[in-house]
Design a protein around this ligand. Structure first.
Ligand code: FEO
Length: 168
């Protein structure tokens, strides 16, 4: 049985993962509006990935006999000044999510909840990938320095992304 402190913290993280999906979908809508459809598609795949982060934790809370409480999802930002602005925001967001996951691990250790600690290791590894993915795109965008042909090349390359949901 999940203790109440862990249950509350995991419910907050479920909300944060849904917020991530919502934020990346907003970034996708922004890219569609400025005709960068490759980046729009890439962000839409990212939003799909975030939904799996939320539902994996949701399933875990149920598996431990806990209660999932879904709360209001904050409205995301809707406009950005440039692709660089979007990816700086996204990378900073992922760093914050990493800090949240680390705090959850600290709590699982403090509460001697070994099952939660074990489950959270998946998210620890996932955040390494998330930060690497966003940092790579950010570096490419920095490299082209708002040059239109460079951005269009990155946009074309990003259109290829397809998210494959993880096995349960
Ligand atoms: Fe759910 Fe992008 O971390």
């Amino acid at each position: 049985m999940l203790n109440v402190k862990l249950q509350d913290a995991l419910n907050k993280q479920i909300n944060a993962e849904f917020f991530s999906a919502y934020m990346y979908l907003s970034m996708s809508a922004h890219f569609s509006a400025v005709n960068l459809n490759g980046m729009a598609g890439w962000m839409r795949e990212q939003a799909r990935e975030e939904l799996t982060h939320a539902t994996k934790m949701y399933d875990y809370v149920h598996a431990r006999g806990g209660t999932v409480t879904l709360t209001t999802i904050e409205a995301p930002q809707q406009k950005w000044n440039s692709p660089l602005d979007v990816f700086q925001h996204a990378y900073g967001h992922e760093q914050q999510v990493t800090a949240m996951i680390n705090n959850l691990v600290d709590l699982a250790i403090a509460e001697k909840d070994h099952a939660s600690h074990n489950m959270l290791q998946w998210y620890i590894s996932e955040q390494v990938e998330e930060e690497e993915t966003f940092s790579e795109v950010l570096e490419k965008i920095r490299m082209v320095n708002n040059d239109a042909s460079g951005l269009l090349m990155i946009n074309k390359e990003m259109a290829l992304r397809q998210f494959t949901p993880p096995a349960k």
